[in-house]
Design a binder for this molecule. Structure first.
Ligand code: HEC
Ligand code: HEC
Length: 162
């Protein structure tokens, strides 16, 4: 009985030794050459967020809509959204102009037909699907920013011209 306890304690001590000693044996240099993290080795350095840019669009009602690049693309928001209240569970300012009962008097485009479909069954509903409540999850306002990565995408129209 005592012997097994002693063996167990020894095993425990050896594993504790491995955990504490082995990582310190790897020098900063060898990590740098072996594993490269995108953030680099200096994890203390603060991440610098890109500057926030002002939106290109102005008040709704003064923009042209932006042409779409492919079928089923959520159209981008041509107007500014900076001054709107944030979308919450209770409130959605976007709907005050784009909802069925509102769009005509606000002279705004009506929310898309797909927004009235039940996502699971495909059935057309009278009310907008709650899955579409967070508009800015799919529709985005525009800023003049350089592309983060090179992009050679061409719209269907652009490729047809050739
Ligand atoms: C004060 C009314 C108003 C509000 C509020 C508003 N919009 Fe608009 N929206 C418009 C009008 C008018 C247009 C037509 C283009 C223009 O004049 O800017 C438009 C255009 C759009 C388009 C382009 C549609 C297309 O076919 O290309 C999208 C997408 C859009 N809005 C989404 C939103 C979202 C999302 C919100 C909330 C964050 C929002 N809008 C809030 C009035 C409004
Ligand atoms: C899950 C993604 C998604 C969400 C959330 C969403 N939309 Fe859309 N929206 C789309 C797509 C995709 C289209 C293009 C297909 C269509 O017209 O249904 C579209 C189209 C539109 C159009 C243009 C309709 C037309 O006939 O040209 C407007 C305006 C619009 N959405 C407004 C809104 C508003 C306002 C909200 C929030 C209440 C919203 N959308 C939420 C994906 C989304």
């Amino acid at each position: 009985m005592k012997k097994t306890l002693r063996l167990a304690l020894m095993a425990l001590a050896t594993s504790a030794f491995c955990i504490t000693v082995i990582p310190t044996a790897i020098s900063a240099d060898s990590v740098d050459s072996a594993v490269k993290s995108m953030r680099g080795i200096d994890t203390q350095a603060a991440d610098i967020a890109p500057e926030e840019k002002t939106q290109l669009g102005k008040k709704p009602g003064s923009q042209k809509t932006v042409s779409r690049s492919f079928e089923q693309q959520p159209p981008v928001i041509p107007h500014a959204t900076e001054n709107f209240d944030e979308i919450t569970l209770e409130e959605n300012q976007c709907l005050s102009c784009h909802d069925v009962g509102q769009y005509k008097k606000k002279n705004a485009p009506k929310i898309g037909d797909s927004h009235f479909r039940n996502q699971q069954t495909g059935e057309v509903m009278k009310q907008m699907s709650s899955a579409r409540h967070n508009c800015v999850q799919c529709h985005v306002p525009q800023v003049d920013a350089p592309p983060l990565v090179e992009n050679t995408f061409q719209t269907v129209k652009a490729t047809k011209k050739k």
